[in-house]
Write a protein that binds this ligand. Structure first.
Ligand code: ATP
Length: 286
């Protein structure tokens, strides 16, 4: 894969890179249904994540967002329907196979090794790209050392992109929460994904951290051309970042379109009002 693109904060010195000419393939969700012992968590949901776009999946509590995320990442198996990346069927594949096909994810709750440095945490993302076997690495053969140097250089580039260049040698667990979330994002980027699945990336963050993270996510799309699926409660971030929005309610897709379209959609407003948390645009300014 190519160099990283311009950093999300628009840092002028960083080079703009390009992904391959064709960009990532579309991620197509078709008629996905998930049932848990009598409860239909997703009911024939379809949407397409266009290449290089941010596609948000929103909805009131219990709407099926997490279930949808878990189907895309392979944690849950759809009862019926399909998920395809380009022509490749992802339905029923194990999470590591889906990751190996270029669909990386972050977690809603932090999933970092507590004492590892930022660099080592992000290096974990390079695992599937590592060629040297255990033996070569264990024996510290020159080929393995060369490969590790290459991966560490890449980790540095990614760290710079997400704004963590100054934190590489610090224990990830000692960083402020917002930065720890960026380490997770960086680790996912280190996998060189074509699609990034973000599970509530700004949950629990301060306003400043939210803004910074949103800028990094926008940079991932704009500079790297990676498609992003964003499951997020923060409407301000969704409305600012998303190119397209799918709205779920009680497991059904009740609306889809641009942020402006879904914001004024009656069914969407009703769904959010029904939850008693206000309208979909209540939190429009993060
Ligand atoms: N593993 C499971 N077993 C049984 N039921 C589940 C499971 N996971 C989710 N559900 C149910 O499926 C429905 C959809 O839940 P889901 O967590 O996908 O919604 P959500 O939109 O992510 O909600 P929230 O915003 O509260 O996180 C809910 O009724 C939930 O209780």
């Amino acid at each position: 894969m190519s160099d990283l693109g311009r950093a999300a904060d628009g840092h002028p010195e960083r080079t703009v890179g390009h992904r391959d000419e064709q960009g990532p393939p579309p991620l197509t969700v078709t008629d996905v249904t998930v049932r848990f012992a009598g409860l239909t968590a997703l009911d024939s949901v379809s949407f397409t994540v266009e290449p290089g776009s941010v596609h948000a999946v929103i909805g009131p509590n219990g709407a099926g967002k997490s279930t949808c995320f878990n189907v895309l990442s392979g944690v849950y198996r759809a009862t019926s329907g399909s998920v395809r990346l380009g022509a490749t069927e992802l339905t029923g594949l194990a999470p590591h196979r889906i990751a190996a096909l270029g669909v990386a994810r972050t977690f809603q709750n932090l999933a970092l090794p507590p004492h590892a440095t930022v660099a080592d945490s992000m290096l974990l993302g390079r695992h599937r790209l590592t060629r040297a076997g255990f033996l070569a690495t264990g024996l510290r053969l020159p080929s393995a050392a060369r490969e590790e140097r290459r991966h560490r250089a890449r980790v540095r580039e990614v760290a710079e992109f997400v704004g963590l260049a100054g934190d590489l040698d610090r224990p990830a667990g000692a960083l402020p929460y917002g930065k720890q979330k960026l380490v997770e994002l960086g680790r996912a980027l280190c996998m060189e994904p074509t699609v990034l699945l973000l599970d509530e990336p700004v949950a629990g963050m301060t306003a400043d951290e939210r803004r910074r993270t949103a800028a990094v996510v926008a940079g991932v799309r704009d500079s790297l051309g990676i498609s992003i699926v964003l499951v997020e409660h923060d409407m301000g971030v969704v409305m600012r970042l998303a190119d397209a929005v799918t709205v779920l309610d009680f497991g059904r897709r009740i609306a889809g379109g641009t942020p402006a379209q879904v914001q004024s959609d009656e069914a969407v407003v009703r769904a959010y009002l029904g939850e008693g948390t206000g309208t979909a645009n209540e939190e429009a300014t993060p």
